[in-house]
Design a protein around this ligand. Sequence first.
Ligand code: ATP
Ligand code: RIB
Length: 401
Amino acid sequence: MFIKERRDEIVVILFEQGKVEVNELAKRFSTSRETIRSDLNYLNGLGLLERCYGGAVLKKRSLINNLSSEIENILNSIKYKKSKIKDNSMSGYVCIIGSFNVDIVCSVPRFPNPGETLIANRTHFGPGGKGANQALAASKALAQVHFVAKIGKDKFSEFAYNHLTSSLVDGFTLYQSDTLPTGNAVIYVSEENGENMIAIDRGANMALTESEINQAYHHIDLSNVLLVQLESNLDAILQSVKYASANKKRVILNPAPYSEDIEQIIPYVNIITPNKTEAEFISGMKITDIKSAKLAADKISMKGPEVVIITLGSEGALVKNNNSFTLIPAFPALAVDTTGAGDAFNGAFSAALANGDSLLDACRYASAFASLAVEREGASNMPTHEQVLARLSTHALSNYN
Ligand code: ATP
Ligand code: RIB
């Protein structure tokens, strides 16, 4: 066996098992332990694994400057060898391909009028981006998560890496753009009611490449659910949903922020989760009450998705599954910051679904989760699973059709 062939094979085993042992590999390839150690050291140098006592583990959290052609070749060869990998799907695995932003949040007594300067009561920087927020929510809702995003090479990249490293997100891959900055969002939060106004500069989030998405295929293969939003470039989102759909994975699209790109993506989507504004854009209909929300959901489902969930803030979430409608009421909450309510809902919903909940149970779980998230400041400030269970048990909710 050639060295390259053996090293490729080791990477396949590593992706399959998450770890490898020197003794086992030496036996398998009928070679010396020194040879295997040198293979592992070489792959360590490429950033694919970390050495541990007696072997190596798959590097699950990586900051990648440039995908070297060597890694790319190995990953391509894995793609072709996939038939050799046994079905490794496990319950509760969510792959999220999306954005990371730095949020610059200003607490204001009310929203400023055009041309007006207001005194903000407080400003803070925090981690955000719909992808990263949803990855954190799904992780806190106890799914295994792999998150893929792209950031810049600026002072915010370390912030992004440190945030994800210290978070509960199980695994992530952060690529770095040489030219574009880390995405950011300027957010006003009104102290009147916790509502927000947001402007985002998507920066490096718009530069995910084909080979970077190819690299995520392995994580999609392991997942029950692929969750995407619209804060990354269309090519990358399209490539991921096409792959997931072709491989019979459940594809959830949170179409936020709204973009006409959705028309190309929607044919590959099983579940779509617009908020009221997005649902109005997609359906071309005004939503003023539950009746008009149902009509909008009908229009959206004609575009393909089996399930349409329109989130309606404190009014709850309207679920259309085939021809039946259910309104999942919002849980009572003392909202201080509704930024990221949709992210909390989507992350928790995907996790619950991947963990085996029925559609409606997953929506109830997500609704309880999001009601706790709006009681906290910061878009990425998510509750724990235990807090969600407590809220679910203290409020018996009734559904009406
Ligand atoms: P954002 O853009 O601010 O992240 P969104 O507009 O995408 O949020 P919403 O429809 O406002 O999402 O909210 C998502 C879900 O969060 C709702 O369906 C509901 O379950 C929950 N939620 C939102 N606001 C409240 C609230 N004030 N009280 C309780 N639950 C809420
Ligand atoms: O949904 C909230 C998120 O939207 C914020 O964290 C901000 O970064 C924007 O992407």
